[in-house]
Design a protein around this ligand. Structure first.
Ligand code: NDP
Length: 276
């Protein structure tokens, strides 16, 4: 019987996940379907349970339900626990496992697709919301020289750094956090935008010097040039969008469900072409 998977969100019509998983399934000859399902804002848990009862084997979860999925899971992986959010669910006889593949997806895009060496580099993470949170430990595992979290609400960044410090791998840099004003006079090799400012075409108050010579500016948004990317380009940085992260987090989820790792390069190339 064909196995069923889905992504839950609200809104969800724009989701590229059904396309990505269809390409993965075709490439790896896995017998599965993957659909986009709109859950009511106050009905996420019921929608997921209905899907599982109807034979669903697993699901992805996107905005605004990642924290609901965290609460719904009966068991959490350590990376979901640290992220405080779940983007991948596995339905089994003994309950619902909650996982988070976003951080692993980002790190894989940076290292495997973009050729970035995180080890020994100065990393700046912009934002302290769900997406930023899920990427901090996977970044620290790669042993950057430093990791600074800057956020519009400075206290949130400082609190996040303090909360995750005890969970950091042995020998890793101690994360630090604050407001954008703390960036004056500092330069970074990798600047990751995990804010949602680009969704509303807003730029960030970044001093030009944050983009060190040869740096990469990475925006988790994809499909268009955001004001952050324009700022980085003007400062001479190389830029990348979050399409690779989207495909890599999907590949990680696919492997969790199916035990097979798809080749992401042709899928990323196909999506890039379709977005052009
Ligand atoms: P959240 O709502 O949890 O967090 C939003 C963050 O953006 C907060 O830190 C907030 O700061 C900051 N922010 C919002 N507006 C502005 C602004 N105008 N100026 C400065 N800072 C601002 O969102 P998520 O963390 O879930 O998502 C962040 C982004 O990452 C989204 O755009 C999302 O699409 C993208 N994303 C991409 C993925 C991919 O696979 N490519 C995966 C996951 C997310 P404050 O705390 O002060 O409010």
């Amino acid at each position: 019987m064909t196995d069923r998977y889905a992504v839950f969100g609200n809104p969800i019509a724009h989701s590229k996940s059904p396309r990505i998983h269809a390409l993965f399934a075709q490439q790896t000859a896995q017998d599965l379907t993957y659909e986009a399902l709109l859950a009511p804002l106050d009905g996420f848990a019921a929608a997921v349970r209905d899907f599982a009862v109807a034979g669903g084997r697993g699901a992805n979860v996107t905005v605004p339900f990642k924290e609901d999925a965290f609460r719904l899971a009966t068991r959490l992986t350590s990376r979901a626990q640290a992220a405080g959010a779940v983007n991948t669910l596995v339905f089994g006889a003994d309950g619902i496992v909650g996982d988070n593949t976003d951080g692993a997806g980002l790190v894989r895009d940076l290292t495997a697709n973009l050729g970035i060496a995180i080890a020994g580099s100065r990393v700046l993470l912009l934002g302290a919301g769900g997406a930023a949170r899920g990427t901090i430990l996977p970044l620290l595992e790669r042993q950057p020289l430093e990791l600074f979290i800057a956020n519009r609400t400075a206290e949130k960044a400082a609190a996040l750094a303090a909360e995750l410090t005890p969970l950091a791998p042995a020998g890793a840099a101690r994360p630090d956090g604050g407001g954008f004003e703390a960036l004056a006079g500092r330069g970074f090799d990798l600047v990751i935008n995990a804010t949602s400012a680009g969704l509303v075409e807003q730029s960030l108050p970044l001093p030009t010097g944050v983009f060190a010579r040869g740096s990469l500016a990475y925006d988790m948004l994809y499909g268009r040039e955001t004001p952050f990317m324009a700022q980085a380009r003007a400062a001479g940085a190389r830029i990348a969008d979050g399409l690779g992260m989207l495909v890599e987090q999907a590949a990680e989820a696919f492997e969790v469900w199916r035990g097979v790792r798809p080749d992401t390069a042709p899928v990323l190339a196909a999506l890039r072409q379709e977005l052009a």
